[in-house]
Write a protein that binds this ligand. Structure first.
Ligand SMILES: CC(C)(COP(=O)(O)OP(=O)(O)OC[C@H]1O[C@@H](n2cnc3c(N)ncnc32)[C@H](O)[C@@H]1OP(=O)(O)O)[C@@H](O)C(=O)NCCC(=O)NCCS
Length: 225
């Protein structure tokens, strides 16, 4: 594993091909993420940390370099200014952070798990219930190739559209794309792509309802990202 070319290994990881997660540089990235999660969790549970500081710590965790708007004079006003930045409750489990992309006004309840081998993109205004897991990483099913922590693994991106709602304890598997305005019932395991404006439930998640959404609603909504 020490002979792995780190640049090529990282390229394979993001390209969804077999790569080595326990290469030294990726292990170091996961440690960085752990430290950022510890700082973020401490700030969100303290109850006396400003919204601005919490957003800064979230951006540090997700390695998002976009600068925040200049602060408003009063703290209350400043919180309102930042209301559309994502709201993420702890505790969180995330491998890298830099592969998680959260849209405007996303809300994530407690105990979320993000295996962000490849990118996990969540559309604006999506609400995520407690104990939800997004697994963009997977392992070979051949146990000899899998070979524990010494073997290679791979991933595929997850994309979730705008205006979705996940009930509690949902799981989304690698490579899944969920459309816009989808409701995912509590306890669902989403194994395949889901079209726009439907309700899915169960394991594996199946469509139980199609929403009759007016054309003007389908074309866009204020504040999208
Ligand atoms: C999916 C949900 C939103 C209901 O949506 P709905 O469109 O009103 O669906 P219905 O209640 O009409 O149910 C449709 C069918 O799916 C089933 N169903 C509903 N939710 C289900 C779930 N989570 N898992 C499995 N089946 C479910 C119903 O039993 C019903 O089956 P039937 O047709 O055989 O009777 C709701 O059941 C749910 O899971 N809510 C999540 C609540 C939650 O997690 N809250 C905390 C986080 S915010």
């Amino acid at each position: 594993m020490d002979t792995i070319d780190p640049v090529e290994n990282r390229r394979l990881m993001l390209a969804g091909e077999l790569y080595y997660a326990f290469a030294p540089d990726l292990s170091e990235d996961r440690l960085r993420c752990k430290r950022a999660i510890t700082a973020y969790s401490a700030a969100t549970t303290a109850g006396n940390v400003s919204r601005r500081r919490i957003v800064e710590l979230l951006n540090d965790l997700l390695q998002d370099p976009t600068p925040l708007p200049p602060p408003a004079p009063a703290e209350r006003e400043d919180s309102r200014l930042l209301v559309d930045y994502p709201h993420v409750d702890g505790p969180i489990k995330m491998d890298y952070g830099f592969n998680v992309k959260l849209g405007k006004g996303v809300y994530v309840n407690s105990n979320s798990t993000w295996i962000d081998t490849c990118t996990i993109t969540i559309g604006a205004r999506t609400l995520i219930g407690p104990n939800c897991s997004f697994y963009s990483g997977t392992h070979p099913t051949d146990p000899f190739l899998r070979n524990g922590v010494r073997g290679p693994e791979l991933g595929k991106p997850i994309v979730v559209g705008e205006d979705c709602w996940f009930g509690g304890s949902c799981v989304v598997l690698p490579g899944v794309t969920i459309g816009r305005g989808v409701t995912i019932g509590a306890g669902s395991v989403v194994t395949k792509d889901v079209p726009d404006f439907v309700v899915v439930v169960g394991n594996p998640a199946r469509i139980v309802k199609r929403l009759d959404v007016a054309e003007d609603l389908k074309t866009g909504q204020e504040g999208g990202q």
